[in-house]
Ligand binder design. Structure first.
Ligand SMILES: Nc1ncnc2c1ncn2[C@@H]1O[C@H](COP(=O)(O)OP(=O)(O)OP(=O)(O)O)[C@@H](O)[C@H]1O
Length: 255
């Protein structure tokens, strides 16, 4: 059974078709890559999955439940978390506080409850702190937990953003170009964390990435988009041999 299923997704902006009839199935535990040239529709597809965009046509199922009409926060509560192409953290706040904010989807008492609920809120806060400390260990960012995010290097900020998505304990993690703008060493670290998230935390991952070396190294399955259509899919080996994919994208990426 697929964890996530997209059926015939169409998305229009005015007269422009950003996505034309995309169907796909993501299985539990997969690292599932979406690749394709600029403007192919990758981010639009991710936005349809997270709920930021509502498809013009088609349906989306998560754990066999139709989520097509659910808003982003309800999808997040079901276990779908995302990171953004451009870092969207609170730069003046510490690493720890940014990660604690990532826990808010799990707080029953809410951020501003007081009085009567104080005891429960305090207990939840302590539990949340445990979860976040475990993520801090996992991402090896113990020594920067009290630093304001804005003072960190780009690579570390991306790692904190990953941590914030992980703080939601997602079943499905959506990563939009997690390695963009990184140097080789930072990319290697990020690739290792993605593999560890998949293996140790048993989280399914959908990944948009332009670095083909990384994609082919770490993905289980690759889907290729071009002009809003799916032009190929398969294992990394299959996709690299697909003439349509080579013509539309890989030839250009390799050259
Ligand atoms: N909010 C929007 N309003 C209007 N058009 C949009 C919007 N978002 C995306 N598009 C259009 O939809 C098409 C697909 O864009 P999208 O950003 O999904 O591609 P992409 O594959 O993620 O590209 P890149 O690799 O450059 O990030 C493009 O033609 C783009 O101009």
């Amino acid at each position: 059974m697929g964890l996530l299923r997209l059926e015939n997704i169409h998305l229009y902006f005015g007269g422009v078709a950003a996505l034309s009839g995309i169907s796909l199935e993501v299985h539990p535990g997969q690292i599932f890559a979406i690749i394709g040239p600029n403007g192919a529709g990758k981010t639009s597809l991710l936005n349809c999955i997270s709920g930021l965009y509502r498809p013009s046509r088609g349906a989306i199922f998560f754990e066999d439940r139709d989520i097509t009409h659910l808003p982003p926060h309800k999808r997040a509560a079901l276990g779908i978390a995302r990171s953004f192409q451009n870092i969207e953290l609170f730069k003046h706040m510490t690493v720890l506080d940014n990660l604690m904010l990532g826990r808010h989807v799990h707080m029953r008492t809410g951020l501003f409850s007081g009085g009567l609920y104080w005891g429960r809120a305090q207990k939840e806060e302590i539990e949340n702190r445990w979860v976040v400390e475990e993520i801090i260990d996992f991402l090896e960012i113990e020594n920067i937990r009290y630093k304001p995010v804005g003072t960190l290097s780009y690579g570390l900020q991306k790692r904190v953003e990953l941590g914030r998505a992980l703080a939601m304990n997602p079943k499905l993690l959506l990563l939009d170009e997690p390695m963009a703008g990184m140097n080789v060493e930072e990319k290697e670290d990020m690739a290792r964390f993605i593999l560890d998230i998949s293996e140790e935390r048993e989280t399914t991952i959908i990944l948009i990435e332009h670095d083909m070396g990384v994609v082919m190294d770490i993905s289980d399955w690759v889907t290729v988009l071009d002009f809003g259509r799916k032009i190929g899919e398969g294992t990394p080996e299959e996709v690299q041999r697909n003439p349509k994919v080579i013509e539309a994208y890989l030839g250009e990426a390799a050259g």
